[in-house]
Design a protein around this ligand. Structure first.
Ligand code: AMP
Length: 435
């Protein structure tokens, strides 16, 4: 029979890899607590309308990449391709704004997009991110950036100055708001109209309804036309947007966060406003974006809530792992056991298992053989599992109610009465911790 394999673009996180995930997640969780963010977990599928409205019908995600299916009742459902829309849906549904004026939320979640798989781009991947909902002020934008960077720094990436710093780049832009963007888009269209024929088919399609996204085109000749003829949005901001942008930049400077203003960094949808930013890394190859963020002051209203400004970021975990691996920044994760119980004779196993369970009650990390292997093989297993201590239990030990505890590093053997085994091991582990 043909073996069944995981679906293209998905991968198993195997036991050897999981410690990396847990390590990263622990840092995200701990920094989220320090920054005073609360975790939100939304379902992995939603009604398709959440994304059609919340991500935007003209985006690649909605037009090409969603995993959409009908349930038995005929409702169109979609596996979450990004979390902002889901979080905002939840925010509105549960009237978050009536409890707190400012909601600082974070998440760690799997996402699903039908993209062409390649290094750093999967069909099921994972993001962590924040949504800071309720503040229109520049310090909220700055907090989201500082938080995103802090996570990388804690992991050893891009912290400090010098060579390491250069592995992360923060690019930032402002795309204005409903006051200054429409006239800018008009100016942009007018400037590009004479060159429309020379743009690629996709750009020609985007020209009318999704003009800002022209800047996302990877085609070199389109890029050339844009750099030559497109006016910069940063030079067409209204006074309020300009002030907001300058305030964000000057606060970044106060925090000594280096940035590059990039007027081509855009989001194509109307409810994205003002700040957009991206953190990239030269450790990643073609898919070099680690984190994308920005303001979406009009989204809550767009999804049916009352007008509420918001800002957030989303960052990929797979790419983060690639970057950390490239610099060898993970600590060494070794599986160790405090104790392995070696059993002589099958009759002894129930006694051994009883001892094992009572030691586990005391949080001692211990195990015994469940394959009924020979004593020699059990010792080999204890070694393979890096057990700090072993205990041999046979008929004699059960009779005498005394075990011989062997320190696997020194080879030293100590007879210990059954009722003192727990203390002996706990004492040994603690001592070890302080060495
Ligand atoms: P986005 O939600 O598209 O703004 O992406 C935010 C971040 O998620 C990116 O910077 C990547 O780190 C990560 N990401 C997005 N799409 C994928 C994907 N298909 N596979 C792996 N990571 C992804």
């Amino acid at each position: 029979m043909e073996t069944i394999r995981s679906v293209k673009g998905t991968s198993d996180i195997l036991p050897e890899e999981s410690p990396k995930w847990r390590y990263i997640e622990a840092i995200i969780n701990s920094l989220a607590e320090i920054y005073n963010y609360r975790e939100i977990r939304t379902p992995v599928f939603e009604e398709t309308a959440v994304f059609a409205r919340g991500v935007g019908e003209y985006t690649d995600i909605v037009t090409k990449e969603m995993y959409t299916f009908q349930d038995q009742g005929g409702t169109s459902l979609t596996l979450t391709p990004e979390l902002t829309a889901s979080v905002v849906r939840s925010f509105i549904q549960h009237h978050f704004d009536q409890t707190y004026p400012l909601n600082k939320l974070y998440y760690i979640t799997p996402l699903f997009r039908q993209e062409r798989p390649q290094a750093g781009r999967q069909r099921q991947f994972h993001q962590y991110g924040i949504e800071l909902i309720g503040s229109e002020h520049p310090e909220a934008d700055v907090e989201s950036i500082a938080f995103a960077l802090h996570i990388y720094h804690r992991l050893g990436l891009g912290s400090g100055n010098g060579a390491n710093q250069s592995h992360l780049t923060l690019r930032i832009n402002s795309i204005g708001d409903s006051a200054c963007r429409p006239p800018y888009l008009e100016t942009l269209r007018n400037a590009l109209q004479p060159h429309l024929e020379d743009l690629c088919k996709r750009c020609q399609d985007r020209f009318q309804h999704n003009t800002l996204r022209l800047f996302d085109c990877k085609n070199e000749s389109c890029q050339q036309i844009l750099s030559q003829y497109a006016p910069k949005i940063t030079e067409h901001l209204c006074p309020a947007c300009e002030q907001h942008f300058q305030s964000v930049l000057s606060q970044l400077e106060v925090l000594q966060i280096p940035y590059q203003v990039d007027a081509t960094l855009v989001r194509g949808l109307d409810y994205y406003t003002r700040t957009t930013y991206e953190i990239t890394s030269d450790l990643l190859g073609a898919q070099d974006a680690l984190c994308g963020g920005g303001r979406y002051d009009l989204l809550v209203e767009h999804l049916g809530g009352s007008p509420t400004p918001a800002v957030g970021f989303a960052a990929g975990i797979e790419r983060l792992i690639m970057a950390l691996d490239a610099l060898d920044l993970f600590p060494e994760f070794t599986d160790t056991l405090d104790l392995f119980i070696v059993v002589i004779g099958d009759d002894i196993r129930p006694h051994a298992y009883q001892m094992l369970q009572s030691l586990r009650e005391k949080n001692i990390v211990c195990d015994m053989d469940l394959l009924r292997r020979s004593v020699k093989a059990q010792f080999r297993e204890a070694d393979r599992q890096n057990a700090r201590y072993t205990i041999v239990l046979g008929e004699n030990e059960i009779q005498a109610r005394e075990a011989t505890v062997k320190d696997m590093a020194s080879g030293e053997e100590t007879p210990v009465p059954f009722d003192q085994v727990e203390n002996f091991i706990l004492h040994g582990i603690r001592e070890n911790q302080f060495q």
